[in-house]
Design a protein around this ligand. Structure first.
Ligand code: SF4
Length: 374
């Protein structure tokens, strides 16, 4: 199944923890929209099956206005065969989601909205340098519901410096009270080249200890599953039927194209990515000199990705599929290395699929690295 990812590289301000490519100067926003439409046109032959998912990510896609989106959707309509029931997601920031803006979005083909809330605690939001308040976050969800968005996801973050279990439980309680369909919850990561990383190096913030991290993860799983969310991927929870189809296709190794600066694409064998500079991207598209960096994936690299992404999901790794795709040697490598984890009740085989157990999910990184062929 093919997907289309559009990277919208604008943010009103930068958050302290973020290492995604985006800029705060919006002067080039109109030129960017024109360029992304040209890139869509130029790459239309790269997808030779109907697109089943379209994902506007960023950056902050909600920095674009209705006219910008109309242009982009016209270009998608002109050049791509998009399935009538395609999942079309927009990532949104709560502070952009006024009632007027949400009504604009609901008049466009979007059928899924993913809101970057991160926390319902004003002190935490301030620490993360998010631009919204807890009230704005809840209002944004309510307004999306009023505008009849039927598939709403929110992002939450845990393991913040100084975050207590009580704050995390309060965040989860608030999230569960919102009658939403999907929650992505990520542990804070100290990415290099972020302001947060500098604060860490300077000793101005301290990571939470491992025991508390694990306790928070367990509380996340318990609270959301008690509230009828299905834990379908390590960091993702959905009500029945509301799994993110776009992300699921990444985890299945399906092909997709990514347009916009810094966007990645995958054709089944090669990963390519656009230049991470808005001005250079626009100039390259306009002069017909768009060059993407390419990495060809070996059989072993593709096997490693299948282990990494498959084990993160509740469906696990289909062992027969693994043998067919990667051959008997890599299949045997996987099965042999999995054995000790199966004996320790960290992995299990169910209906021919290798999966993490509830115990294994807490040390998933270590297990995956032992199954990878490096
Ligand atoms: S977290 Fe989102 S809003 Fe914040 S800087 Fe990164 S892309 Fe922009």
């Amino acid at each position: 199944m093919a997907g289309i990812y559009l990277h919208i590289p604008f943010c009103k301000t930068r958050c302290v923890y973020c290492d995604f490519y985006s800029i705060t100067n919006e002067e080039l926003i109109n030129s960017f929209v024109d360029a992304i439409c040209i890139e869509l046109k130029n790459r239309k032959t790269e997808i030779n099956e109907p697109a089943k998912t379209i994902y506007f990510g960023g950056g902050t896609p909600t920095r674009l206005n209705k006219q910008h989106f109309e242009k982009i959707f016209n270009s998608l309509d002109d050049h791509y065969n998009v399935e009538t029931d395609a999942e079309i997601t927009i990532e949104a920031n709560p502070d952009d989601l006024s009632e007027k803006y949400i009504n604009d979005l609901s008049s466009l083909p979007f059928n899924r909205i993913s809101i970057g809330i991160q926390s319902f605690n004003d002190n935490e939001l301030k620490f993360l340098s998010r631009r919204h308040s807890a009230k704005q976050a809840a209002d944004a969800v309510n307004n999306c519901q009023k505008a009849e968005f039927k598939d709403i996801s929110i992002d939450l973050m845990y393991g913040l410096p100084g975050q207590t279990m009580q704050i995390w439980k309060d965040n989860l309680k608030q999230a569960c009270s919102l009658d939403i369909q999907h929650i992505s919850a990520y542990h804070l990561i100290y990415e290099e080249k972020t302001r947060l990383y500098t604060l860490l190096r300077a000793g101005k913030v301290s990571p939470v200890n491992e025991d508390l991290s694990n306790e928070m993860f367990q509380t996340l799983i318990d609270t959301l599953t008690e509230n009828h969310f299905i834990h379908y991927e390590i960091s993702n929870f959905a009500k029945d039927g509301f799994y993110s189809r776009h992300n699921s296709s990444y985890w299945s190794g399906d092909p997709y194209i990514g347009v916009g600066p810094a966007a990645h694409s995958f054709d089944g064998d090669n990963r390519t990515w656009n230049i991470a500079s808005l001005s250079k991207y626009i100039s390259a598209v306009n002069t017909g000199n768009m060059v993407r960096e390419t990495e060809h994936l070996s059989l072993e690299q593709k096997y490693n990705e299948a282990i990494l992404t498959g084990l993160r999901t509740m469906w696990g790794v289909d062992l027969n599929g693994l043998k067919t795709k990667f051959g008997n040697n890599l299949y045997q490598y996987c099965v042999n290395n999995a054995q000790k984890f199966i004996e320790e009740n960290l992995l299990k085989i169910e209906d021919g699929n290798l999966k993490l157990t509830q115990k294994g999910i807490f040390i998933s990184d270590g297990i995956m690295s032992e199954l990878m062929n490096v």
